[in-house]
Write a protein that binds this ligand. Sequence first.
Ligand SMILES: Nc1nc2c(c(=O)[nH]1)N[C@H]1C(S)=C(S)[C@@H](COP(=O)(O)OP(=O)(O)OC[C@H]3O[C@@H](n4cnc5c(N)ncnc54)[C@H](O)[C@@H]3O)O[C@H]1N2
Ligand code: MOO
Length: 390
Amino acid sequence: MITVEDALSRIFDLVAPVGTETVPLADAAGRILATPVTARRDQPPFAASAMDGYALKSVEADPEAMFKVVGEAQAGQRFDGNVGAGQAVRIFTGAPVPEGADMVVIQEDVDRRGDLITLHRDVPDGRNIRPAGNDFRVGDTLDAPRRLSPRDVALIASMNQPQVEVSRRPDVAIIATGDELVMPGEEPGPDQIIASNSFGLKAMLEAEGARVRLLPIARDNEASLRMVFGLAAGADLVITIGGASVGDHDLVGPVAAELGMEQAFYKVAMRPGKPLMAGRLGNAVMVGLPGNPVSAMVCGSVFVIPALRVMLGLPPAPITHMTATLREDLAPNGPRQHYMRAVLDERGIAAMSSQDSALLSVLAHANALIVRPPSDSARKAGETVDYLPL
Ligand SMILES: Nc1nc2c(c(=O)[nH]1)N[C@H]1C(S)=C(S)[C@@H](COP(=O)(O)OP(=O)(O)OC[C@H]3O[C@@H](n4cnc5c(N)ncnc54)[C@H](O)[C@@H]3O)O[C@H]1N2
Ligand code: MOO
């Protein structure tokens, strides 16, 4: 058995970025930007008023000074003339500041009668002008790679770029295995259960940016497994679920080997998730996840998401561990790294009472996994532990 760190680094050796495509900006949120975006213009492109009021010369802005209003500037339509001595231009937020003016007095600080304005006794000294290019300048860039947030999308739009180059969505094929499985909604036989892991993993990987295909359930015989592996053709990543352990019906390893899978490792010193395997299968990477539902989902978080991020062009990195204060004692850990289902709230973090890797109800109610290193000693309430947010 190898360590979690070793397994992850071997997975990183298997994966590579899958390439890029150009998409309309309106479809770009959540995608991984592959090429930096360059501003095609200054923003704002002119000195712009930050307020509704009157544009005038700041040297003339004395208490109770009087000005003649000679025109109007609104957003989208500038005042073409020059603001001379004793003159003001009615101006609105976002409008270009006219030549000759270097200050906007907000309308609340002014009395207007006809086309004359008088400043109040206390004239604020702010200029209320946004200089040209004070947000960004032509040629400024938004760096790649990065996952595009809604805020990034707004910035790119403002840079006048209608489309962006992003990483292609990796094609992921998921194969659930087992005679006991039927699809949700089907009528299970007396010894059957509903396939759940494939649905959880699909949701997890799509949220990360993959395009996921759920292949038909492979039955516990070599012909069926071979047939379903064939349907995975063209995938960048093939994920099998179950059939990975040592039982007589655990055929994933042998069938994958027969199909040419070059195994990078099998079995990791972690709990849950021990019978994990990974390797190269033709042009694809294959990850064989354990069948126990919690094991499959935890391995998805710890290994498949970091692998997918590399395929999306992001740097290789483990999922970031956070720290929290224990609110209940923990018994000593065994020899495998333990990912304990836990609840984190304002009082601290506590492991849930059952850690059986078959219990999806426990996993669904957890919001964190406490990460216990191999052979970690007993921990007391009040101590700090590492965790992964779920
Ligand atoms: N003698 C030993 N037995 C087991 C060992 C071991 O070391 N020696 N390891 C145990 C551990 S740890 C795990 S984890 C499981 C994993 O086994 P497999 O990957 O071969 O998984 P299966 O046997 O196919 O299934 C395990 C369990 O999960 C259910 N399952 C499978 N696929 C799905 C699915 N898509 N959706 C929902 N549930 C699924 C399956 O019905 C079984 O109950 O092996 C232990 N045994
Ligand atoms: O590793 Mo198994 O995944 O402990 O249940």
